[in-house]
Each structure stands twice: as structure tokens, then as C-alpha cells.
Design a protein around this ligand. Structure first.
Ligand code: HEM
Length: 180
């Protein structure tokens, strides 16, 4: 997993909790990299799972709630870091459709060894869109936080229905976003 995901996670922990919390969870998770993350480095995604579990133990908050909140945070940072992906699209549907066909494709060109999920989106009628997340990594809830971040960015109120289709070696989650 790209280091930028880790550095953003640590920034969120420092902002929402404290710098001491960052040190505590690195110690507690006993990550093999030692926890000195750089944005352009690469780290095992299992370190992220261990850090979130440690943060859950230290904060008393549920793992899923923490990953979900991280999705909101990360989306805001993507908007700041990569404005080009947001200047050309003007609706949340066009944006969600562009994640697979354009955004993650460009990320892969920049970082050929990026570990990206498949994010397949298709409109259902005029007011709904279906998004299917698939990855060997278990970050479907992160995808939900990112989707919510996108809907908020485009100022589009919605209800999101989540259906977990598969867990384990492969993770698949289907979201139906209802904008009616
Ligand atoms: C709603 C929109 C998006 C969704 C649902 C989404 C979903 C995800 C998820 C869940 C991951 C974690 C890896 C995995 O689960 O396999 C990921 C990784 C990533 N995404 Fe996206 N993403 C979205 C938009 C974006 C945008 C706007 C950017 C900005 C350019 C971006 C760039 C990246 C990068 C750099 C990674 C890390 C790749 C790595 O660790 O090697 N994504 N994405």
C-alpha cells in the first residue's frame, strides 16, 4: 500500500486524538516497518489493519467506524492533492464512473505497483448508482467513506445501502447510492 495512505492516516490520528496516540499505536501494533512512513514509500497493507486495530483498542472506538472516518478524511486530502481529477467532472455519478476508468488508471501509471481495488459503477435509472468494490484487501468500509466524501463534495444528499457480497481472500461489497 502506498505510503501516502499511511501518512494521511497518521495525520488524521494526530488531528483527532494526539501525537502521543500516534506513538502509542505504532508501539502497540509492532509494525515491521517501525512506523516511520513516507508518502512515496510502500508498506504491507496488513500494517494498516494492525494500526487501525491498535487505534480501536486505545480509543474504544470500533474498527469499522475508524476506517469509515478515515475514508472521509482521505477523500478531502485527495481533492487537495489531485485537483485535476475534480476539475473535469461536475456530478457525483460522472465522478464515481471515472474512478475505475480514469482516476485509478492514472494512479497506476504514476505508481505501477499501486495496489488498487476495482471500483465498478453503473447508474440504475435516473436517481441511483450502483458501485461494486472488489479487492484482495479488506477495505470496503474505506470505499464507503470515500464514496460519502464524494457525495458530500458534490453536495448531493443521498442514502447508501451496503451489501457485503464476499469476505476473505477476495472482498466484494455492493453499494447502492440513492439520490432521490
Ligand atoms: C469514491 C471514490 C474512490 C473510491 C471508492 C476509492 C477506493 C479505494 C480504496 C478502497 C483503496 C484502498 C485499497 C484497496 O482497498 O484495495 C484505494 C486506494 C487508493 N486510491 Fe482510490 N478510491 C476513490 C477515489 C480515489 C481518488 C479521487 C484518488 C486520487 C487520485 C484515489 C487514489 C488512490 C490511491 C493513491 C490509493 C492507494 C494505492 C496503494 O496503496 O497502492 N482514489 N482507493
Amino acid at each position: 500500500m502506498l505510503g501516502v495512505v499511511f501518512t494521511e492516516f497518521m495525520d488524521m490520528v494526530e488531528d483527532r486524538f494526539s501525537a502521543d496516540m500516534v506513538d502509542d499505536i505504532i508501539d502497540d501494533a509492532a509494525v515491521s516497518s517501525g512506523g516511520a512512513y513516507t508518502a512515496v514509500g510502500r508498506y504491507d497493507h496488513k500494517e494498516m489493519v494492525a494500526l487501525v486495530a491498535a487505534l480501536s483498542r486505545h480509543s474504544g472506538l470500533a474498527v469499522d467506524d475508524l476506517i469509515h472516518a478515515f475514508g472521509h478524511h482521505l477523500f478531502g486530502r485527495f481533492v487537495e492533492r489531485y485537483p485535476v481529477f475534480f476539475s473535469e467532472v461536475h456530478s457525483p455519478v460522472d465522478f464515481l464512473m471515472s474512478v475505475e476508468t480514469h482516476i485509478h488508471t492514472e494512479v497506476r501509471k504514476l505508481y505501477p505497483d499501486a495496489e488498487l481495488p476495482s471500483i465498478k459503477s453503473q447508474p440504475i435509472g435516473a436517481t441511483q448508482i450502483e458501485v461494486e468494490y472488489a479487492s484482495v484487501r479488506p477495505f470496503g468500509i474505506l470505499a464507503q467513506g470515500l464514496i460519502e466524501g464524494a457525495m458530500r463534495h458534490f453536495e448531493t444528499p443521498c442514502r447508501i445501502h451496503r451489501e457485503i457480497l464476499e469476505t476473505g481472500a477476495k472482498n466484494r461489497v455492493r453499494f447502492v447510492i440513492d439520490m432521490s
